[in-house]
Ligand binder design. Sequence first.
Ligand code: ADP
Ligand code: ZN
Ligand code: MG
Length: 492
Amino acid sequence: MSAAGIGHDVWEAVIGLEIHVQLNTRTKMFCGCEVTFGEPPNTKVCPICLGHPGVLPVTNEKAVEHATRIALALNCRIAERTIFHRKNYFYPDLPKAYQISQYDLPLGIGGYLDVEMDDGSNLRVGITRVHMEEDAGKLVHAGGASGRIDGADYSLVDFNRGGTPLVEIVSEPDISTPDQARAYLVQLRNLVEQLGVSDVNMEEGSLRCDANVSVRRPGEPLGVKTELKNMNSFRFLHRGLEAEIERQVTALEAGERVVQETVHFDPATGTVSTLRSKEEAHDYRYFPEPDLTPIVLDAAFVDRVRAALPELPAARKERLVSQFDLAPKDAALLAANKPLGDYFEALAAATGDARISVNWVLGDFSAHVNSTGLQVAESPVTVELLAGLLGLVANGTLSGKMAKEVFETMAETGQSAGEIVAEKGLGQISDADELEAIINRIVSANPGPAEEFRQGREKILGFFVGQVMKETRGQANPQLVNELLRKHLSSA
Ligand code: ADP
Ligand code: ZN
Ligand code: MG
């Protein structure tokens, strides 16, 4: 719970995250322009999202429905009547010089997300609010980030993204370590992914995270917070928070003050620097958007959206435990990752063995997708192929060790287990006749040890097993070898 050990006092961090989710609607929040990614600049724009005079925005109903899905999944209360506000500021990526956002009457309030930590404990993070807004355009710095490479010292602006529907999810300051912050972000991302309302791709910016952090001695009131903007990967968020907590503690222990401001984390150096002093809400001159009607979300609408929610991670975890008798920790891992959970359920259905399936999915299969960076659906190891491999283990063709070897090849080539076994001559020898012939030969060649076994020296069996394994290059089914050897030695 604490950031102890930096100086002489014990400190604890207080963290609250603001997360922006880009919705995957077909069209923008207030106009009919298509929502796209990677199209030629300024080709998906119209007078409305470019802020021309004399045009009127119209709210995208699908976006409201998606936002309601998110708010409900986060256990929020849905406002019966919600309105938009103008948030006024100038920046070149904002053609109207205001962003249509929500202020004091957001769509959802007072929810929570239960976050499962690695040690199995639960952290309930309060959700202050879930609100709708529109995205800004994108600045492209012609000369790179510094704007000065190759002599280019100007920026270009692409308004394709301008007006894309966003949902902002603001957490209570209930998070107290970088680990917890990362777990919250990961699990929130998984939840939104399962809702099917966003691509939640942090690299492409469809999920963005700002982190607010302060430190205090336990029992003290909240300290002054700073804001880390655009912490756009899980690792980045974790490292940025660690660095900023350390900076604040060091400052406070040196008798300095923490100033409320935006700070920038540089992943190359691992250090944070001050960006600008932060605006206060009143700087934005919020006022109700006069061009849009209030949105009334009646009970029938909310009930309909609630009824259409998919199974959420918490419910899936419970079901996986009861349906497949999984360990809660394994069930939580599968429930948190929809594609992996789906993969597991399909594999368990195909093999009829949940225990073996979960071991492979969370073991070799997860290691393979993690190390290759592939999505579950992109892996050459389809459910059918892995089920085929596990079938060869179940019928004794392959030992567990050989199966791992076959899996590695399968992950590289996408070949079936049967093909790989044939190609490598890997199959485990479970043919009793074939083994008996080998055993016959070995026992005849070793009359001394055979006699010792008959005198009751049980241990000598190991010698014979070793000989058979040597002869078969480790491919004999060990259980069968034991059985046959005993029969043969005692009857000879
Ligand atoms: P602001 O007015 O600066 O936007 P808010 O009160 O709206 O601040 O909170 C923004 C985010 O900062 C929320 O996620 C909230 O939980 C978090 N937060 C608020 N106070 C603190 C604090 N003292 N330390 C850390 N995080 C905080
Ligand atoms: Zn438009
Ligand atoms: Mg705020």
